[in-house]
Design a protein around this ligand. Sequence first.
Ligand code: ADP
Ligand code: MG
Length: 367
Amino acid sequence: MTNIPVLDDLGDVRGRRVLVRTDFNVPMNDGEISDDFRIRAALPTINWLTERGATVVCASHLGRPKGRPEPKYSMAPVRERLAVLAPGVELMENLRFHPGEEGNDSAFVANLIDGIDLYVNDAFGAAHRAHASIVGPPKTLPSAMGLLLQKEVGVLLGLRNQPKRPFVAVLGGSKISDKLGVVEALLNTVDALVIGGAMCFTFFLAQGKTVGLSLSEPDQIETCKRLLASGKTIHLPEDIVGLNAEGVFSTYGTRLPEGAKGFDIGPGSAAAFSDIIMDARTVFWNGPMGMFEDDRFAAGTRTVAQAMADTKAFTVVGGGDSAAALAQFGLDDEVDHVSTGGGASLELLELGDLPGLAALRGAPRVG
Ligand code: ADP
Ligand code: MG
């Protein structure tokens, strides 16, 4: 696949020390792991290596420590869990305890690969970052992508390069500026774009509608105008639910009165979006349709999630909050692929490549 070495390309791994960059950035609650999905997702690669006699050393970041040790971001709870799931596997301390990780410092890389023979990247969620542990080791060590990374890349490049049509992208979430690049890129590949979440309000402003006090990004209005004028099919909500100026739950059309705040797509929009998903053959979904963390504003996201589960289309969900919403509704097993990387999945769809993949492609080959 796209010239990136895979585990088999590492040759005989017996007796070799293999550094595996994993994404163990698990959700933590009061010092406890609240979901070990990301640890379990790395097991196929870890087991592949240990079954063949390799010694595995894992390394990951956790949270956002600012380049120095912070006890609350210690890998200790992950190490404990890993010892149960994969006995005998080593785990380094949080990579971001050192400024050299995000700074992609060569001395830090040298330290990281001291005594290491081979490198495997299985951290899809971090593969869009040119950090030391992602792009450093493949400069000198024979390297490969792990099974999780391989699967993610296969699914997302498949979407980008040969989707079954109609191909529909459903986008939501809070910030449009985060996602404009991918919106533009997707417009060139998809047959229709469906927009909910707070994202829709900037499009409403571009259409000359009013959004009250809803979350919007006025500096992106011109971009939204351009996208709307592109001639591509963009579906926006026809109704919105939220709170009026007195804080009372209210339903609106697409012109929100002064003081109103929109927090979810309305029932009419949810039904329309659901129909579009049911009629598609490929659907990519990123970003909740509303503030689903609040039960009053979860209905739009729930309806879209249910349509993702029910449609015959090939369904892919990217994004941490979208995946959390699916799990909250108990539908995470009902879609074809839940990506472990939010930013990485968007960037791969947009650009067709990631810094971590380019680094592996350039790595020295075995033998
Ligand atoms: P993902 O992690 O799936 O990529 P984002 O991080 O872009 O998604 O956005 C998720 C957040 O967007 C959620 O916390 C949700 O509450 C928020 N959100 C969605 N719609 C609205 C809205 N209308 N107003 C405010 N916040 C919203
Ligand atoms: Mg998010």
